[in-house]
Design a protein around this ligand. Sequence first.
Ligand code: AMP
Ligand code: MG
Length: 391
Amino acid sequence: MISVSDARRLVNENCLAGRKVLLPLIKACGSVLAETLHSPIDTPPFDQSSMDGYAFFIENWNGHDALTIAGEIQAGSSTDKTLKSAEAFRIYTGAPVPAGADTVVMQEKVIIENNSITITDKSICKGANVRPKGSQTRKGDVALESNQLLTPAALSFLSGLGIREVTVFAKPVVSLIITGKELVSDNNYLEEGKVFESNSMGLTASLNQLNIIADAVVFTDDNEAEIIDAVNAVCDSDIIILSGGVSVGDYDLVPSALEKCGVRKIFHHVKQKPGKPLYFGKINDTFVFALPGNPASALTCFYEYVVPSIAIFTQADYMRHVQLPLLNDVSKKPGLTHFLKGKTKSNGVMILGNQESYKLNSFSVADCLVELEEERDEYLTGEIVKVRMII
Ligand code: AMP
Ligand code: MG
């Protein structure tokens, strides 16, 4: 059995960044750029009015003279006329400032009489209300660096530069194999001895939060041949996640099935609670995680090990760790790292009740996992602990 820190190290060492793929922007939200992007154009592409008002040339306006309204420029149109001295152009937000003008006065700061304007803002400065060409990006400038997470704002920015597709790190193809003879997943009736299957829901929903749709969800009995067939059927996935059957009982057949499929075991059993039976292996470039079936163990192992492996694949940073003071005392036996369901408040983190691995009621209202160290026993209120946010 290995420590949590060794298990983490082995996951880090054995997982690789994924493929690079070209995606249309609309499909790229939440992905990480795999290329540095340069702006193909100046933005704004022309000197642009930032107000509804009047464009004029400040040096030809002595601070008092009325200016004749010599034309109008709407957003989306342009003019080839050049402003003459003592002239102004009616102009609207987003419209190009015409040749011969360098300043825009807001329409609220003029008096209009007989097709001319008198500017009431006598202190207006050269360049006021004009967004200069290239003041956001210059053609050829770095727009976004490689490894940038593509947020809605980043995608909107790239759209504004006329960029339509981007090369990003692919999302992994993830398959789930849910094992267990006792599990009922396809009807509402429980025969004696059966339980409703729930791990496929928690795991697919967690994947969805990372913008990953499980490629396959396969259910098997506690039967080695069935598990082998299921693994072989999804072996071209990037990540295979199995649930259940990974402990030491006679019907825990996942480790032997994986061995027979040719999966190379990297570790099995971690000094942690919940999730001690966790298994991690590799077949070719495919990562294989076999999670214990108890629902809280499965989800905890998913957050603590599978999410970091997906983060390496996609190069995204999903892991928000914070250090917070405990709001209640907590004790544990030394020997295992504990991951406890917690709820953060403005002044710290509260450890919730119902921590047993078969229960999900406290997990359902938790927003974090609190990590308590292997060798420690007592933690007192106020002590700073390591917290992984999960929502
Ligand atoms: P196992 O890891 O297969 O020994 O299962 C441990 C416990 O978790 C047993 O009580 C199982 O019935 C339960 N369990 C296993 N898989 C699931 C699942 N997919 N959904 C709900 N409970 C499960
Ligand atoms: Mg089982």
